[in-house]
Write a new protein. Sequence first.
Length: 147
Amino acid sequence: MSRRVYFLVCCLTLASIFTGCDRTFDNTVEFKGKVYYGSELESGNIAVLGPLPNAKVIVIGYQEYATTDSMGRYSLSIKTPRKFNDVSGKGDVFTLEASGTSSPSVYPQGNYVSEQIAVYGRPGDTVQVRDFLVYAHKEEDSSDYSD
């Protein structure tokens, strides 16, 4: 009886490998968070002006994206294969990027830049990402650096 069970397990294992078991373990990682916009002050500090609606949030290397709601919130899910060799237990590193609109009718200072945040995640996880803060950088006068 035990030989039959062993043989059956071996056959099922080989069958799953040859039929593409990597597709069997595809799953999603969900990222949730908020995007804020701000302005750089003369002192160099950044004033947070509020949530940034209609900002685009992506995971670098993936096609999926999310757009923030009126409160700057987003929820983004990506498909990624499960891995069984994760010795750290933290999962993969994902880099998220948020970029804002430069619509002068909504944000008079316009030209908001993007910010990137790296987080760990595994398939099946819901990752709460720290808040993004995108803001217009002040232009430096290049004449201050001339010889």
